[in-house]
Design a protein around this ligand. Structure first.
Ligand code: HEM
Length: 333
């Protein structure tokens, strides 16, 4: 049996000697630079874990055939829970940096130019793997402008890789629950849901009937989810209390939660940036606060899943599932 030794196992010598203060190199020691380095390193470690977990979920969905009632989806749900717990921590962690005042930061800020969190490759890879495409980016003119050529090429190559949101779309499209074979002799089930939804609209919401058509019938355009996938997504949300749909619902909900968590991080970060540098330009070449606010508003990846919430109505009005379908999905009495 090998004799594992804690400092060696964790490579602490390397890890703990990786904090080199620029201010020390210039002979002008700035006390808070240590915190600044450690907090960024801690973030990068957590980004690594996030990529590891999200990567494993992507692998599960790349399979092309997930048994929704079996282990794989459970694993994906479980890992997404971990992802979201980490993102929560990332939001809270910014509070530590708030103990550094703008004046403390000025002691070393100029020594770091042009470095910026904007050059965090792991953050960019995470966004890209989830499904943020270059064309949808806010501020794409400077998105890769500050990267070294090899990093730029790496980010550009990601544009050809299948993203999590695309895989989730394909998974929802494969779901057979709305297949006419389960609804024999009935009017199209989804049309029935549509009629119930339109009936639930109040004065001033009439235009939502058009939105229903756009999302669930026409689809296409710049949407990440096809009409077919959106129909399955809504179906899962509506019938989420049925045993078969519980895990798919949890999974979809975890994606919306991840979007919200990332947005919370962005909001927290932009407020911190505002306090720290006011309206000055970012060291990474962006407009600073303006860019970060734009990114916060535009970089939701799973927004269309959250939008589905607009089309729900009261449980008691939901049509019961036909016996045929209940039998097929394994929860018939
Ligand atoms: C004194 C503290 C900080 C300041 C003043 C600051 C400032 C900024 C600014 C101005 C930007 C916009 C890009 C640019 O530089 O032009 C940015 C982007 C970014 N920062 Fe920070 N930041 C700080 C702390 C952090 C920390 C602790 C992290 C943790 C990893 C971080 C991660 C990022 C990331 C990932 C981006 C890119 C965001 C995106 O593209 O949406 N920053 N930061």
């Amino acid at each position: 049996m090998s004799n594992v030794y804690y400092p060696d196992y964790l490579q602490l010598e390397r890890l703990l000697s990786s904090q080199e203060l620029e201010s020390d190199k210039l002979g002008q020691h700035a006390h808070d630079e240590m915190l600044f380095i450690i907090i960024h390193q801690a973030y990068e470690l957590w980004f690594k874990q996030l990529l590891y977990e999200v990567g494993s979920v992507i692998e599960i969905f790349e399979d092309g055939q997930i048994d929704d009632n079996a282990g794989e989806l459970n694993i994906a749900v479980h890992r997404m829970r971990r992802v979201n717990t980490i993102v929560d921590l990332l939001v809270k962690q910014l509070g530590i940096l708030d103990t550094m005042t703008p004046l403390d930061f000025l002691d070393f800020r100029d020594m770091l130019r042009p470095a910026s969190g904007f050059q965090s490759m792991q953050f960019k890879i995470l966004e890209a793997r989830l499904g943020l495409r270059m064309e949808d980016r806010f501020g794409k003119q400077y998105y890769t402008s500050q990267l070294h050529p090899e990093h730029k090429a790496q980010i550009e190559a990601l544009e050809n890789k299948t993203t999590l949101v695309e895989l989730v779309n394909a998974w929802l499209e494969r779901m057979p629950f709305l297949d006419p074979r389960y609804w024999p002799g009935k009017e199209q089930f989804f049309d029935r849901l549509g009629a119930l939804y339109v009936g639930s609209l109040v004065k001033g919401e009439e235009q939502n009937a058009e939105l229903w058509k756009e999302i669930f019938v026409t689809g296409g355009g710049k949407r990440k989810f096809s009409a077919k996938a959106a129909r399955s997504g809504l179906f899962i949300m509506m019938y989420r209390d049925q045993p078969l749909f519980q895990q798919p619902f949890r999974f979809l909900d975890s994606l919306v939660e991840l979007d919200n968590g990332m947005a919370r991080w962005r909001a927290r970060h932009v407020d911190m940036v505002h306090r720290m540098i006011g309206l000055r330009l970012g060291t990474g070449g962006s407009t600073g606060k303006g860019y970060l606010r734009g990114a916060m508003d535009h970089h939701y990846v799973f927004k269309e899943l959250a939008d589905l919430g607009s089309f729900l109505f009261e449980r008691r009005k939901l049509p019961p599932l036909p016996a045929e379908l209940r039998k097929a999905v394994g929860f018939a009495e």
